[in-house]
Design a protein around this ligand. Sequence first.
Ligand code: ADP
Ligand code: TZD
Ligand code: MG
Length: 562
Amino acid sequence: MTASDMTDGFHLVVDALKLNGIDTIYGVAGIPITDLLRVAQSEGIRYLGFRHEQSAAHAAAITGYLTQRPGICVTVSAPGFLNGLVALANATTNCFPMIMISGSSDRAIVDLEQGDYEELDQLNAAKPYAKAAYRVNRPQDIGIAVARAIRAALSGRPGGVYLDLTAEVLGSTLDLESARKSLVKVVDPAPRQVPAPEAIARALDLLARAERPLVILGKGAAYAQADAEIRSFIETSGMPFLPMSMAKGLLPDTHPQSAAAARSYAIGNADVAMLIGARLNWLLSHGKPPLWSEGARFVQVDISPVEIDSNRPIAAPVVGDIKSALAAFNAALKPGQIKPSRQWLDAIAERKQQNIERMAARLNADPSPMNFSSALRAIRNALAERPDVYIVNEGANTLDFARNIIDMHAPRRRLDSGTWGVMGIGMGYAIGAAATTGKPVLAIEGDSAFGFSGMEVETICRYGLPVVTVVFNNNGIYRGDPGEGPYSPTGFIRNARYDRIIEAFGGAGYHVTDTPSLTKAVSEALAAGKPALINAVIDPTAGTESGHIQNLNPRSALSEKK
Ligand code: ADP
Ligand code: TZD
Ligand code: MG
């Protein structure tokens, strides 16, 4: 056999990915995967190289969320793998489909702990943090392994999958005929899961008997791309709805049935709540009092059967995929069957009005320096004509205020810290969203949050991506140190000029201290469609410790006795 009758592990991986429609890979180059990236690029896969694996893997995760196709991230062994692992775990926690492929060192040496270059038992390290983890030991298994990884990432509840490729497998050869036969194109990787008709009937029956029903939309509903089905069900039933953070825009935030501005009232008084792709985790106070009423009953639509009854008993579980489930609800729903009481709708409308008026006073103030509300109003004004823009958002106060102030008008446009409340997603999500959609991205970042992935500004400039980052610079985590003196655990260098970071790479930097300049800078930068970073100076005393989740800080029993 001659060399032209042979292929190798590098090419087989690329062939297997391409066969399954993968067109983009994110990663960081190095031993043993540099040639894998070169082959991918020369075979027509778009490769985006990052400065840190965590951001590359976050980009893959958000690509998975936006496209229902697994995002792919490639890393080197041990430390590169571990750098990516946080993002792989975060993807699994948030139910985003992705595959992290890492090269690994010589198994014979790793398994005997004889001290190889970048030695680590990566497969076992990944297992507790991934939905699934596989290792390929023979080139003829690459095709089936990639297929298995894709199916594991996408089917059922989506999640992060780890695929371990030994250096040996990458370099080993296989004859072309066997190679061709070994490749697998996955058929129907996320099969529809149609819920049982009796589950739909039970849920409709419970909703029909409700006086104060409430729909809660989670990011599972956004992921499912069942936008029309969800909207039709909510509008036909007339129920008020609340979007979880990343479900904002599934129906526009300005929709008359949105109860977002009366969130606590709606949650606290609902007699039946219908969860659609949302978990009763900490973000919903586990469904328990005092936020929820003692007697609240639940419908839960979710693809994962074991999510049901996780925190509170679920009276009407609907296990299936949201698109199929909502189609079934719409088919079975009779006009007038669900009747939220007039009193309930009026009470929500009244609370909404009060809260909107209260918020307007804060939004319309124009203090100097800017605070979170005034700066976000300035950004909201710039976004008014740009519903196409994707929003990435992390921080503490920066996150909480932006979630409330920036209305979303289209589905899957808001990408944020999510289930873990993790810092560091910013530039990775922004790059992933821009690369995947070709649309402009506005990243609204706390100064601390930005620091976790800030070096990826070079990546953004290198590829000329339409990412505009606004750093809410209040000199610290939560709030800045007020004056001179030694730095506190939450303080950062005072009056930093984050805008100059992007200038080092040829991007546009803006330094703004008032609201008209902020609106102008955001509008201008978005219109230019080029990399930009706006350093927005925020009053260091404006924020609160931990933003809206101050209550989660442990308090010493001693201080309470005093
Ligand atoms: P949020 O943070 O917005 O409240 P969560 O991440 O807690 O949302 O919940 C998302 C839920 O959606 C998960 O329980 C997941 O199993 C579920 N899910 C994801 N995709 C689908 C789908 N296509 N169909 C049904 N449920 C889904
Ligand atoms: N590390 C990681 C990976 N995730 C975290 N959530 C934290 C640390 C703790 N943390 C928060 O929960 S928010 C936050 C940290 C460090 C940053 C808050 O400061 P910021 O935002 O500058 O980003 P504000 O607007 O100043 O509150
Ligand atoms: Mg800050």
